[in-house]
Every structure is written in C-alpha cells, then in structure tokens.
Design a protein around this ligand. Structure first.
Ligand code: AMP
Ligand code: GLY
Length: 424
C-alpha cells in the first residue's frame, strides 16, 4: 500500500516509524513532515488543511490510505472531502468525518453527547453573549475553582480555571463579549470543577467495533511539580500505574462502550482514534474531553508498546473488521521526555542546530519541531522539538534511560522537565 500521513509533529513521526516497519507499506509519504520523518519516508511540503494540494498528491502518487494526525483537517472535513470526490472516494481515510469531529471541535457538542448517552462527566451549562448575565448567575451557584471553556478550537488555550468568582466573571465577559478567543469563544461552557488525577485512554474504532490501546499519562504544564503555563505536553508515561484492572474495567463499561454505541445511535460516522481525556475522581472515571485523534506526546509512548503490525490494524479500521484483530501489548513501560525551545510555550527562537541525535543508543528520538536543512543539519522549527522515548521494566527505569540519552543531545536554550513521573 501507499500511505500518506498528515502532520509534522512527534505523533506523526511515531506513526511513520511504526508504519514503516510494516511489510504492507510500499511507499510512505508525510505532509509536511519533519526531520525525523525525512529519514524513513518522503516529506511533501503541503499544509494539512490544503485539501486540493492533498488531492493532487494522492492522485499522482496512487495513495491508498491517508492517516490524519492533527484535529484541524478532521474538523474542517477532510474525510468528507475524500468521500465526495470521485477521484478520491476509494481512498481509506483514518479519522472521523466532520460531524463526528465536532466532538473535539465544539465543547458544547461534546457535553451534549456525554449527557445524551449518560456518560459520566462534569455538570455544565453553556452561554453566549446574549446570556452572559445568566452565566454570572450560574458561576454564583458553583464552588471555586471555576472552569471556563471556549466552545471552539483555540489552539489548546481555550480552557481557563480561576479561583476567584469575580475574576471568573471578568474572564467570562472577556471570552463572550470581548471575543478573547475570536469565534472560538462565541459560546462558553462553564463546568463543575473535578478534583482528581488525569489520564488518557485511546480507542480505535471502525464505527462498529472497538479496541482499547494502553493508557498514558501526559504532563501538560511547563514547570516542574505541574506548575506554570499549559503546553501541548512535556512528557508521557504508559501504562498509568494507578489504572488498575478494575478501574480499566469501569472505563470500558461506563465510558468506552456507551461512546461507541453513541456514535452509532447519533449516526456519527467514525473510523479513527478516539482520545478520551479522563479524570479519576475517588475511584471513578469521568470524561474531561474527547479528542478525535491520538495525543501528542502520548502517541510516543503508546505506539512503541503496540506489538501488532500497525498497517494491519489501520486496514481493519477502514474495512470494518477490527473485531478480527487481537491487540498485543509489550509488557514493558514506555516513557517520553519532550525537549522544548527555551521560552516555550511563550515566544521562542527557531533555527537552532540540534546535535548529538546519532549518539542516542537505547532510546528513540521522535522528532517534532525539527527540520532537516539542505546542508544536512537538523535545526529547531517549533516549540516542542523532540520526544525522547525509552522502554524499561518499570516506568522509573525507562525515565532514567531517557534522561541519560538527553545528556548526549544539545541545542541552544534547550529546556525539558526533570520530573516526569513525579506524581505516580
Ligand atoms: P480540556 O481542553 O477540556 O482538556 O481542558 C484542559 C485541562 O483543563 C484538562 O486537561 C484539565 O487539566 C483541566 N480541566 C478541564 N475541565 C476540568 C474540570 N471540569 N475540572 C477540573 N479540571 C478540568
Ligand atoms: N497531549 C495532549 C493532546 O495531545 O491533546
């Protein structure tokens, strides 16, 4: 098969790394890709939402399957675009159609779905500019802290959690009336605050059947001890030590099964990955959010633990035969540490040379914001630069290996968290 991956981060390098190992994959393309995918696939400099350019590439290279990495093309309807085009409709697309991608594209849509299907989640109400006064009144009925969420996609910045009621009211006004997040905050969801520890659950579905991948825990804050600004993710651990068999069973029965059944009942066409952001409140899982893609950097610890031929799984997802697949998981732990540009998640410089990648022996460097220059040098091109993944008999052993290998790498103003796994 000829396969195209859309995206350019660590998640997409990990997809490429796993797909390239399959004898079923003949030619592998990544658009736009990074320095890591350049080593194992052909990078094509096309944006992930440039559907016409993607069409030309797919037709000219005889591509049989497109694996969509990030949410943007899904929310903009890339799967529907393929289905509605005579020249593309035979191509398998891994990622839900637009109607289902709304689960990530709209927080209100996701909350309504969760309520309709009785899936445990935080209580909520949503408000618009017209009902901002009702929003203030609703805030007054809640206890601190206050959780405000811009309804639409806001580049991971649309959730604001505040301790003070007056600050929460002022923030609600900024979001709804002053359009703080542009069109994304035309609606705002206000939620009950849930106190617990978070984890991520990843589900594959062909729309009918599902398979659950290993759990992972992501470290979202920039600073040690989970302090400072939110980032895309600074590291991850799989499996999650506190996710016992009985807890995983609750996740499957109370959340995964009604979610997949909900797709069918609501006629939401879903072939792809479901990333369920969960929080453990007491001994019970509750849904914080749905994402319609894999997580990044969670992919960098989940896929390395998958023993199956990934292309066989992707084909089964596209063909509706996921029930014929037995998922096999490596019993070792996997961890990843994200190396980021100094200053990230605020302003940072790009174009810093990355040296020492070839000295890494027993970890896997998954490239993210890193590009290969014509002179053969690898330089930084984003905030999150590289995820260093390791295996270990325990997560502690794996983390130690990642930190040992990070010592062999260098770029100007390189930053990373030294405490991944601290809370486990
Ligand atoms: P989201 O984009 O919905 O995943 O929210 C971003 C982060 O905000 C989550 O990863 C949680 O850490 C936090 N968060 C979101 N909703 C809640 C909630 N209802 N209670 C507590 N924390 C939350
Ligand atoms: N690491 C969180 C995400 O991919 O959204």
């Amino acid at each position: 098969m000829n396969i195209l991956i859309l995206g350019s981060g660590g998640r997409e390098h990990t997809f490429a790394w796993k797909i390239a190992q399959s004898p079923l994959c003949k030619n592998l393309f990544v658009a736009p890709g990074n320095s890591g995918t350049a080593e194992i696939a052909t990078n094509v400099n096309i944006g992930v939402t440039d559907f016409e350019a993607i069409k030309q590439l797919v037709v000219s290279k005889g591509i049989d399957m497109v694996v969509v990495g990030p949410e943007d093309p899904l929310v903009q309807g890339v799967h529907d675009f393929f289905l509605n085009d005579e020249a593309l409709k035979h191509v398998a697309v891994i990622g839900p159609q637009k109607a289902a991608a709304e689960l990530e594209g709209s927080k209100e849509f996701a909350k309504e779905f969760l309520y309709r299907h009785n899936i445990p989640t935080a209580a909520y109400q949503s408000f618009t500019k017209q009902s901002v006064e009702d929003g203030y009144a609703f805030l007054e009925t809640l206890k601190a802290p206050y959780v405000l969420k811009a309804d639409g996609l806001a580049a991971g910045k649309g959730v604001v959690i505040l301790e003070d009621l007056n600050e929460a009211k002022a923030e609600l006004k900024r979001m709804l009336v002053d359009a703080k997040f542009g069109a994304a905050s035309t609606k705002v969801v206000i939620e009950e605050f849930l106190d617990g520890i978070e984890l991520s659950c990843f589900v594959l579905t062909d729309g009918e059947n599902y398979k659950i991948l290993p759990t992972a825990k992501d470290y979202k804050r920039i600073g040690e001890g989970d302090t400072g600004l939110n980032t895309g993710g600074m590291g991850a651990v799989s499996p999650v030590p506190f996710a016992t068999d009985s807890f995983l069973n609750k996740i499957e029965e109370r959340i995964v099964k009604p979610t997949i059944a909900g797709f069918k009942k609501d006629k939401l066409p879903y072939v792809g990955f479901v990333f369920i952001g969960l929080i453990k409140v007491g001994d019970d899982p509750k849904v914080i959010e749905y994402n319609v893609r894999m997580g990044d950097p969670e992919t960098e610890v989940v896929l390395p633990r998958l023993k199956n031929d990934f292309v066989e799984i992707l084909k089964a997802m596209a063909n509706g035969s996921l029930d014929k697949i037995d998922i096999e998981i490596d019993s070792r732990a996997a961890t990843t540490i994200m190396l980021v540009s100094g200053g990230y998640p605020e302003a940072y410089e790009k174009g810093k040379e990355i040296t020492g990648v070839s000295n890494i022996t027993d970890s896997i460097p998954f490239h993210a914001g890193a590009q290969l220059q014509d002179d053969g040098k690898i330089v930084t091109s984003g905030g999150r630069v590289m995820a260093i993944t390791s295996y270990g008999n325990t997560y502690k052993e794996a983390i130690k290996k990642s930190y040992q290998n990070i010592d062999k790498l260098h770029f100007d103003k390189m930053n990373y968290r030294k405490d991944i796994g601290f809370d486990l």
